[in-house]
Design a protein around this ligand. Structure first.
Ligand SMILES: Cc1cc2nc3c(=O)[nH]c(=O)nc-3n(C[C@H](O)[C@H](O)[C@H](O)COP(=O)(O)O)c2cc1C
Length: 186
């Protein structure tokens, strides 16, 4: 049996009932059988501090970076905080960028969910800018903005909106195509 394509996903929301976490859980269910998604929790990552880094990268950060390094692809779902990405996500990416960047050339797709009508579009642009610096192999299209998120998910976090399900499926397909293209390139 061939090994499954490993995707790791994370969000910058620490909220138990986060729509972005729910979007990642929906993505895990929408993936084709040849791929799997592990959702990472960023709650225990300390704030990046060069003094801490100088005496030794914390184990929790090392484990996070090892998961990224071992993954075939990355899927991010970001909330929008004041027109930008939340500090929890930026902090994780800052840690990732240091001392061997596991996101370099890593197939990476992003989506966003917001209770507002723009679906986190402004946060996604900032996130793309950060990932550009990290040299991630970005999926540029399709763009998935989950606007008015409260109407798209049931109380228990299930994604009930069919159009959103289809958008996420298309994003996942584009991500998997990027993984395959990388595997096939000499
Ligand atoms: C500090 C803060 C700033 C926010 N700023 C924005 C914003 O700029 N644009 C937006 O659409 N929603 C904004 N929101 C509302 C979020 O869309 C909403 O809280 C959403 O549920 C967060 O994602 P989550 O459900 O994954 O936690 C903000 C929320 C917080 C807590």
């Amino acid at each position: 049996m061939t090994e499954k394509i490993k995707i790791v996903g994370f969000t910058g929301s620490l909220r138990k009932n986060s729509y972005n976490l729910a979007a990642l859980r929906a993505a895990a269910k929408l993936l084709p059988a040849e791929a799997e998604l592990e959702i990472l929790d960023l709650a225990d990552l300390p704030f990046f501090n060069e003094d801490v880094e100088a005496v030794g990268v914390p184990e929790v950060v090392q484990r996070f970076k090892e998961k990224l390094a071992a993954a075939d692809a990355v899927l991010l779902s970001t909330p929008e905080y004041n027109y930008s990405l939340p500090p929890v996500l930026k902090n994780a990416l800052d840690w990732a960028s240091r001392g061997g960047n596991p996101l370099a050339n890593k197939p990476t797709a992003i989506m966003s969910a917001s209770i507002g009508m723009f679906g986190g579009a402004r946060a996604q642009l900032h996130l793309r800018q950060v990932l550009l610096r990290l040299n991630a192999a970005m999926v540029n299209q399709p763009e998935v903005f989950i606007a008015n998120a409260a109407e798209k998910f049931a109380e228990d976090g299930t994604l009930t909106n069919e159009r959103t399900q289809n958008s996420i499926k298309r994003l996942l397909n584009a991500l998997l195509e990027k993984v395959q293209a990388q595997k096939n390139s000499p």
